[in-house]
Design a protein around this ligand. Structure first.
Ligand SMILES: Cc1ncc(COP(=O)(O)O)c(C=O)c1O
Length: 389
C-alpha cells in the first residue's frame, strides 16, 4: 500500500499533546491523583428542559431522517434570540447551522479562499482558526496578541501589501486562550480597515456568556457596518453545556453565508433534528440560568487567580472565557517543560502556551472546569510542591 496519509496532514503536529498525554498516563498508572485543568469541556450540566427536548424528539422516527436544513422553528428562535440577547436583526438568508463552530471555522477557508490569499489569524489563538485557512490553501499571517496591548490586534502595523491580499481575518473575543475581552472601538476600526481593503471579518463568538467584572457582552453583528463585511460564528456549546451536541451557527453577510452554504451542501445533510430541538429549548431558557453559571465561572476565576497570586504566582484575572492565561512563574521560561514539571510534582494538568502559537510561549492555560473549592485545594497542592520559587 502507498503511504495512506495525505501530505497535507503533515502540517498537523501532535507532539506537544502526545508528550503530555504520555506523562499523564504514566502518573495514572502509578496511582497518582490527577487534576485535569487542560480541557475546555464544561463540567456544568445541560438544563433539564434541553435534555427533555432532545430526548422527546428522539422518540419521533421522522426526526431520524436527513434534516437537510434548519427547521423553521430553530431559525425563528435564533432570530428572536439575537434580537433579545444582542439587539441584532438577522433574517433567514443570513443564517446557517453548523456542527459546532469548530467544524464551521475548519471549513470556512474552503468556501472563501483562493490559493495564495492571505488570512489573518491571532497568535496566540485557538488552533482551529489555522485549520480553516490551511485547507483553503491561504497564506497565513499571524497578528500578535500581546499583554501590553490588552491582547487586542494592532493591524495598522501590518504591511499594506498583506492587507491588500487579505481575504479574511479571524477575531475572537472573549478570547481563548488569553481570556481577554474586546472593545466596540476595536471592532469599528477593523470594520473600517476591512472596507478599505475589501476583506471579510470572521468573528468567533464562543464565550459571549462567560464574561466578568461588568465587561460588556455583545455580538460583532451589533457593530455598525459589521454585516457589510463579515459573519459571526455563534456557539451554543459553552453557554448551554451542550459541547457534545454539536450545534452552532454562522450568521451575517449574505454573500459569505451563500458561499458557505454552497460548500456545505456538497457534503452536509444538516444537523440531527433532535439536536435542533435541543438548541431551540436552550435559546428559550430564562437568562437567569446562564447568568447564574456566569457567576459560578467568575467565582472559579477568583478562586484560581486570587489564590495563585497569594502563593506568589502573579496570574492576572481573566476578563472572560472559561480559561486563565498564566505567565510562567519566576525562574521558568519553557511552557512545555513547565507543564511537565507541574504535572509530575502536583498532578495538575494545564496546557502549554506554545500550543497556541509563537506568542503563547511563556504562558500556560488553565481551564476553569472544577468548582471554586476544588480550585482552592489545587492551589494548595501547587503551593506545597515548592514549584513556585
Ligand atoms: C474560541 C473557540 N471557538 C470555537 C470553539 C468550538 O466551539 P463549538 O463547540 O461550537 O465547536 C471553542 C471550543 O473550545 C473555542 O474555544
Amino acid at each position: 500500500m502507498k503511504t495512506a496519509k495525505a501530505q497535507r496532514l503533515n502540517h498537523f503536529q501532535t507532539g506537544i499533546f502526545a508528550s503530555l498525554d504520555d506523562k499523564k498516563n504514566e502518573l495514572v498508572k502509578m496511582g497518582r491523583t490527577i487534576y485535569n485543568l487542560s480541557i475546555g469541556t464544561p463540567d456544568f450540566k445541560p438544563h433539564p428542559s434541553v435534555m427533555k427536548a432532545v430526548s422527546e424528539a428522539c422518540l419521533d422516527a421522522e426526526n431520524f431522517k436527513y434534516a437537510l436544513t434548519e427547521i423553521d422553528e430553530l431559525t425563528e428562535t435564533l432570530i428572536h434570540y439575537y434580537k433579545d440577547r444582542f439587539s441584532v436583526e438577522i433574517c433567514k438568508e443570513e443564517i446557517t447551522a453548523v456542527h459546532g463552530s469548530q467544524e464551521g471555522i475548519g471549513h470556512i477557508g474552503l468556501a472563501l479562499c483562493n490559493k495564495g490569499d492571505v488570512v489573518l489569524l491571532p497568535d496566540p489563538g485557538y488552533p482551529i482558526f489555522e485549520v480553516g485557512a490551511y485547507f483553503g490553501e491561504a497564506e497565513m499571517h499571524f497578528y500578535p496578541l500581546l499583554e501590553k496591548n490588552n491582547y487586542l490586534p494592532c493591524l495598522k502595523e501590518l504591511d499594506e501589501d498583506v492587507l491588500k491580499r487579505t481575504k479574511f481575518i479571524i477575531l475572537s473575543y472573549p478570547s481563548n486562550p488569553v481570556g481577554a475581552v474586546a472593545t466596540r472601538q476595536m471592532y469599528m476600526e477593523v470594520i473600517e480597515l476591512a472596507k478599505k481593503y475589501g476583506f471579510i471579518i470572521i468573528n468567533d463568538n464562543a464565550y459571549s456568556d462567560i464574561i466578568f467584572d461588568g465587561n460588556e457582552s455583545f455580538s460583532f453583528l451589533s457593530i455598525p457596518g459589521a454585516k457589510d463585511v463579515g459573519i459571526e460564528f455563534y456557539s451554543l456549546s459553552k453557554s448551554f453545556n451542550i459541547t457534545g451536541a454539536r450545534i452552532s451557527f454562522a450568521i451575517g453577510n449574505k454573500e459569505v453565508i451563500d458561499a458557505f452554504k454552497l460548500l456545505r451542501s456538497q457534503y452536509d445533510f444538516g444537523v440531527f433534528k433532535p439536536v435542533q430541538y435541543g438548541a431551540i429549548a436552550a435559546m428559550k431558557l430564562d437568562r437567569s440560568v446562564v447568568e447564574e453559571q456566569r457567576l459560578q465561572y467568575q467565582k472559579r476565576r477568583d478562586a484560581l487567580c486570587g489564590n495563585l497570586r497569594k502563593i506568589g504566582w502573579n496570574v492576572p484575572d481573566s476578563k472572560g472565557t472559561m480559561f486563565v492565561w498564566a505567565p510562567l512563574p519566576k525562574g521558568y521560561n519553557n511552557s512545555v517543560e513547565f507543564c511537565n514539571l507541574l504535572m509530575e510534582k502536583t498532578g495538575v494538568i494545564c496546557t502549554p502556551g506554545a500550543a497556541f502559537g509563537k506568542n503563547g510561549e511563556g504562558y500556560v492555560r488553565f481551564a476553569l472546569v472544577k468548582d471554586a473549592d476544588e480550585l482552592e485545594k489545587i492551589v494548595d497542592v501547587i503551593a506545597s510542591s515548592g514549584i513556585i520559587k
